[in-house]
Design a protein around this ligand. Structure first.
Ligand code: RET
Length: 251
């Protein structure tokens, strides 16, 4: 048993390593996206800048989480502060590379950003509520509805139609981007549920309170790496392909 965190040593080490790994991966991704900006034309540069911002902000928060955890304290607020800043950027950069007209982008971006903010803001009170409490499930459902709205826009709304209407290599990449977004987003509510040992899903796996606490932290950390750095790579790929197609040659 680790005296500071109350976790079994093996579980403590797993969370410690996941937080450390995420700090390093996101920190180096920040540098990578910064230096990659010149590979794309001015039109798409803001998307790559956003990837750098997302990874930089996240590296800072992971560093805070890692040092806190290593020192025996924990504040879930760091995660949510990180998501509050990064998740709206993730949806905004998708619009930049989507090929949507300026009018559509202007209309849809604020809607997507606000829905993403509300999804995170309403998830937080549930995350810190007592395990098994009705507050935990009520906030879950409210937050989930905002997530469904974002997915609706990406599949059926005007951005969804713009993404679907494009052919060739870029069309294929945009479609992949959309599916990567769905796949990386849906795992968060699943880890939220797994993190409460009284939930039906944690019971299926017979998780103890300690195992639940480990699964949620390791799960969120891995998901963040894929949803931030991995997703950023796909965005960069699309931005590069669009720049090439428009005749841009990097210096
Ligand atoms: C919460 C609370 C429970 C309900 C739902 C949630 C959704 C979280 C999501 C987070 C995405 C984070 C990303 C971070 C990457 O940088 C808040 C866990 C629906 C979708 C993509």
């Amino acid at each position: 048993m680790n005296e500071a965190t109350g976790l079994l040593v093996s579980n403590h080490n797993l969370v410690y390593n996941a937080l450390s790994f995420a700090t390093a991966t996101l920190g180096i991704s920040f540098v990578f996206f910064l230096v990659s900006r010149s590979r794309v034309s001015v039109t798409y540069r803001s998307a790559v800048t956003m990837s750098a911002m997302i990874c930089g902000v996240a590296a800072y928060h992971y560093w805070r989480m890692f040092t806190n955890f290593a020192g025996g304290s924990w504040n879930e607020g760091y995660r949510y502060a990180d998501w509050l800043l990064t998740v709206p950027l993730l949806v905004a950069e998708l619009v930049v590379v989507s090929g949507a007209s300026k009018e559509i982008a202007k209309k849809v971006t604020p809607r997507l950003v606000i829905a993403a903010l509300l999804m995170i803001a309403t998830g937080y009170p549930g995350e810190v509520a007592d395990h098994g409490s009705s507050a935990r499930y009520t906030w879950f459902i409210i937050s989930f509805l905002f997530m469904l709205y974002v997915l609706y826009e990406l599949f059926a709304g005007s951005i969804g139609k713009t993404l679907k209407s494009q052919s060739g290599e870029i069309g294929k990449k945009l479609n992949n981007l959309r599916y990567v977004l769905v796949a990386t987003w849906v795992v968060y509510p699943i880890f939220y549920l797994l993190g409460d040992e009284t939930s039906f899903i944690a019971k299926i796996f017979n998780l103890s309170a300690e195992q639940s606490g480990t699964v949620i932290q390791v799960g969120y950390s891995i998901s963040d790496i894929v949803a931030k750095a991995g997703y950023g790579l796909i965005i960069l790929g699309i931005a590069t392909a669009r720049s090439d197609a428009e005749g841009y040659r990097a210096a």
